[in-house]
Design a protein. Structure first.
Length: 435
């Protein structure tokens, strides 16, 4: 994790102290259930909780033990025995390391998902607020980067709102899918541990029982989780890229907030650069980089190997930390985004009315011209305007074929901007409901 892009709450999920605390809780809950089954003395289960509940696990001590034994779970259990005393011999009865490691990893992922969903709520709130603010602010829609037909800036934001609404639903589903617990022992057969222990630990930790594990929890669950993070990151990048394009000097329809005292360039004092959305583009790449390794983790050897382990130690913290930071930053960018309606109008007018070409063509077909003839008539008048040789409406009025079907007054009505925004309310109701 890079401190520059790390927020406190997400970092805490992946801290060694948090990991060891979860390990302890898994072991202690398992001991409780085994005490009910008569496998562990009830006094020993009670002692494990009493000694470990408020214990501060010594990360340096655990690391030192691991340096010798070359096994992280054994190192922890050794340190736990130093804290608990003789009763520690009843810890980890019939369990295997993956029971602890995999269940812990899933707990961390579900906690990370909860933070990310809260981040998504902030993004959605910012998008909704600004969408309604600019619901009817006309701007040009572009296809292939070229002026197409008018939209509103509110529609652009509504599109993003709908996208991030889907993102939240996907993340909910991914959280549900990855929130499983496996306490099934070596190769997942429960030979040395009763299945009720697994059920008890799962309930205590707010997880579901893994229906069938092979000593490890199936990694298709994790692949879907990280794929979901990757898709959300791509949505972040889509919005960021849109803002970056719209902030270009030649366009300047929106702009990232530029705070007092902020500097844009070490060389050029005039610069106001879209650094936040460029940063978001880069962070999205980092999050997506976790998706392929997560998918490659699905194919483990036989009942288990640990080829997934080193991957997950990296992608677990990194992907969630980076996406957490990116979503928080995106919410701030949207909330403070500077919007310039006058520049939007100026840009729409750059092509001398060509943005109404489709409506003119359709009107000609309604008047009896074939689609091919209508297209040709409109295009031959559009090309000179494209080259800066006059206004589209004037050329159409002067065209004999066009004038024979559309008198000047009818042509003028076809250049009404409101025609393109008449269904904005319908779209908003679809996206936001009746609000």
């Amino acid at each position: 994790m890079i401190p520059r892009y790390t927020r406190k709450d997400m970092a805490q999920i992946w801290a060694p102290e948090t990991r060891f605390r979860i390990w302890f809780e898994i072991e202690a809950h398992a001991a409780d259930r085994m005490a009910v089954l008569g496998i562990v003395p009830k006094a020993a289960a009670k002692k494990i909780w009493e000694k470990g509940k408020n214990a501060k696990f010594d990360v340096a001590r655990i690391d030192a033990i691991e340096a010798e034994v070359k096994h992280d779970v054994i190192a922890f259990l050794t340190h736990l025995s130093e804290i608990v005393g003789p009763e520690a011999r009843f810890v980890h009865q019939g369990m295997t390391s993956s029971d602890v490691l995999d269940t812990t990893f899933n707990i961390q992922l579900t906690r990370a998902a909860d933070l990310l969903m809260a981040d998504l709520d902030e993004v959605l709130a910012a998008l909704k607020k600004r969408a309604f603010e600019h619901k009817m602010t006309p701007t040009i829609g572009r296809s292939h980067g070229i002026h197409a037909e008018p939209v509103t800036f509110g529609l652009k934001l509504a599109f993003a709102y709908a996208e991030f609404s889907r993102a939240k639903e996907r993340l909910k589903a991914a959280r549900e899918d990855v929130g499983t617990c496996a306490i099934s022992g070596a190769v997942g057969t429960f030979a040395n541990i009763d299945p009720s222990v697994e059920a008890y630990v799962a309930k205590k930790l707010g997880l579901k029982v893994e229906p069938v594990s092979t000593q490890v929890i199936p990694r298709d669950r994790h692949a879907m989780f990280f794929a979901t993070l990757g898709v959300i990151a791509s949505s972040v990048e889509r919005v960021a890229t849109e803002i970056r394009h719209l902030q270009r000097t030649e366009v300047l329809e929106v702009e990232e907030y530029f705070s007092p005292g902020q500097k844009g360039s070490s060389a050029m004092p005039h610069k106001r650069n879209p650094i936040l959305t460029e940063n978001l583009t880069g962070l999205a790449r980092l999050v997506r980089s976790a998706t392929i390794p997560a998918m490659e983790n699905v194919a483990l050897w036989h009942e288990r190997d640990i080829s997934h382990s080193s991957v997950e130690r990296g992608i677990g913290p990194d992907a969630t930390v980076h996406l957490d930071f990116a979503l928080k930053r995106l919410a701030g960018v949207i909330d403070k985004l500077l919007v310039y309606p006058e520049n939007m109008k100026r840009n729409m007018d750059k092509l001398g009315g060509l943005i109404h070409s489709q409506r003119v063509m359709l009107a000609l077909t309604q008047k009896g011209m074939s689609r091919e003839a209508s297209y040709a008539a409109v295009q031959r008048n559009a090309m000179p305007v494209w080259r800066g040789e006059g206004q589209f409406l004037d050329l159409l009025k002067a065209d004999k074929d066009v004038a024979a079907h559309l008198p000047p007054k009818e042509l003028e009505k076809l250049f009404d901007l409101g025609y393109h925004t008449k269904h904005v309310n319908t779209i908003f109701k679809r996206v936001f409901g009746k609000a």
